[in-house]
Design a protein around this ligand. Structure first.
Ligand code: C2O
Ligand code: CU
Length: 474
């Protein structure tokens, strides 16, 4: 597997270090068994912004932001012992990994929260190859915003031919001028609007300046949006990224629409980038999701070395499929999931100002099918709907709000069939679908993983503000 090569120089300061921070497995006794890892979420100080700014007090897995990258092979069994060093209860959710219900890390729903000083051991099989991530699911609007997130990579059984396989964990922070984290979590303004969008974007835990590449190389770049609210739309000037996977699941290779790689919170996109620039050249990577606040994320900085190869590589071919069950649309049951509420809610809003005022008093601003559910009550809340095991289901998400919502389903992947009534070009599998304001999307999946599974918005202030529900697979 062509990993980050040891022949590369030490990274220059503020260059983005890629994939260098892997989590070494805990040495095991000689007999085969699960790959064992440990994670210790706790307060830490990290240099997010860099000189002359002081380090930032964060909460981090193993003292690092992002947390160590967990990398295993498809089919391996994984055991991860989590020791809670935080002053709050926590859990760890393995976003996108299809794990058994008891290992899904949702407090009160799949496990009791891990108390401060407590421990919980997660164990599951890595059934799907792809790009996943982990983060707490307790007070996640605060715990993720404080720095608790990391990438979880499952490598294909047969190695994929690229020169380097790298991860960019994108995040976003709300910092003071002294680079301290603002502790204004879950304000009613953030809850009812776009969520807690910060003022500082990091890539792999640093405010990036450049990313070193070599002419002629082919890079698989795994993008993870770990921000609590910010969406990204990345443009790679002078390059032609090819989308290889969404949310870890292979897709027919294609150029991103309008040349922008869009990621809502929680989403991942794997792109394949052929470094077609000349030695010594620089190209900007820009983010223009919010057009009036477009900015240069970093530069691709080509080394002076001569190109790695003379002729371009053959076109990228689709990654091997994961073992997902195909929904049978002719027998599918159909459910509508309506999203309402938020500021500027209008007619689809909160049943008049009286209703809105009452909800706001409880810190709630959003509803799914007319109900606002808080983290503390979803365990005794009736599921949105129930499916018999292996039942195919089509869900139509209807976003009747003025805001974007990345809707995430646990324990499953769904095919995105259509958006606003138009069939999607690739019918891609995803675990999170980004709904634009006043839009709808139709998805289909097979309920084959038994349990009560979370369905929620991954703008974490929206989730905390009522935008969560469960669906039951018998
Ligand atoms: Cu990324 Cu319910 O989670
Ligand atoms: Cu939302």
């Amino acid at each position: 597997m062509p990993h980050l090569s040891h022949t590369r120089r030490q990274f220059l300061k503020r260059a983005v270090a890629m994939g260098a921070a892997g989590l070494a497995p805990v040495p095991l006794a000689a007999q085969p068994g699960p790959r064992a890892f440990s994670l210790a979420p706790a307060p830490a100080r990290v240099a997010l912004v860099g000189d002359p700014h002081p380090a930032t007090e964060v909460w981090a897995f193993d003292g690092r932001v992002p947390g160590p990258e967990i990398r295993v092979k498809q089919g391996e069994r994984v055991r991860i012992a989590v020791a809670n060093g935080l002053p709050q209860e926590t859990t760890v959710h393995w976003h996108g990994l299809r794990v058994p219900h008891a290992m899904d890390g949702v407090p009160h729903l799949t496990q009791p929260p891990i108390p401060p000083g407590g421990r919980f051991v997660y164990e599951f099989d890595a059934v799907d190859a792809g790009t996943y991530w982990y983060h707490p699911h307790a007070q996640s609007y605060e715990q993720v915003a404080r720095g608790l997130f990391g990438a979880f990579i499952v490598e294909e059984r047969t190695p994929v031919s690229v020169d380097r396989d790298l991860t960019w964990v994108l995040s976003d922070w709300r910092l003071t001028r002294e680079a301290a984290l603002r502790a204004d979590f879950r304000t009613m303004f953030d809850v009812a609007h776009a969520g807690r969008i910060g003022n500082t974007v990091t890539v792999n835990g640093v405010v990036p300046e450049s990313f070193d590449v070599r002419a002629g190389e082919r890079v698989r770049l795994r993008l993870v949006n770990a921000a609590v609210a910010r969406m990204f739309a990345l443009r790679f000037d002078g390059h032609s990224p090819v989308v290889a996977a969404y949310d870890g699941q292979p897709v027919a290779p294609h150029a991103p629409a309008d040349g922008r790689v869009v990621l809502g919170p929680g989403e991942r996109v794997d792109i394949v980038l052929d470094m077609t620039g000349a030695p010594g050249a620089r190209f900007a990577v820009t983010d223009d999701f919010y057009p009036r606040n477009a900015y240069r994320l970093l530069d691709l900085a080509y080394s002076a070395e001569r190109p790695l190869r003379d002729r371009p590589r053959a076109a990228w071919t689709k990654l091997p499929d994961n073992p997902l069950r195909e929904p049978d649309l002719s027998r599918a049951v159909r459910h509508e999931v309506a999203l309402t509420g938020g500021a500027m809610g209008g007619m689809g809003g909160m049943g008049g100002m009286g209703g809105m005022g009452g909800m706001m008093g409880r810190g709630m601003a959003w509803m799914i099918n007319g109900k606002a559910v808080a983290e503390s009550d979803h365990h005794d809340h009736a599921p949105l709907f129930a499916l018999a095991r292996n039942q195919s289901c089509v869900v139509t998400f209807v976003n009747d709000t003025a805001w974007h919502h990345p809707m995430h389903l646990h324990g499953h992947f769904f095919r995105v069939l259509s958006r606003d009534g138009t069939p999607t070009a690739h019918r891609e599998w995803r675990d999170t679908v980004l709904l634009a304001p006043r839009s709808r999307a139709e998805v289909a999946f097979v309920g084959d993983n038994p349990g009560d599974w979370m369905l929620h918005c991954h703008v974490l202030d929206h989730q905390a503000g009522g935008m969560m529900a469960t669906i039951r697979i018998a």
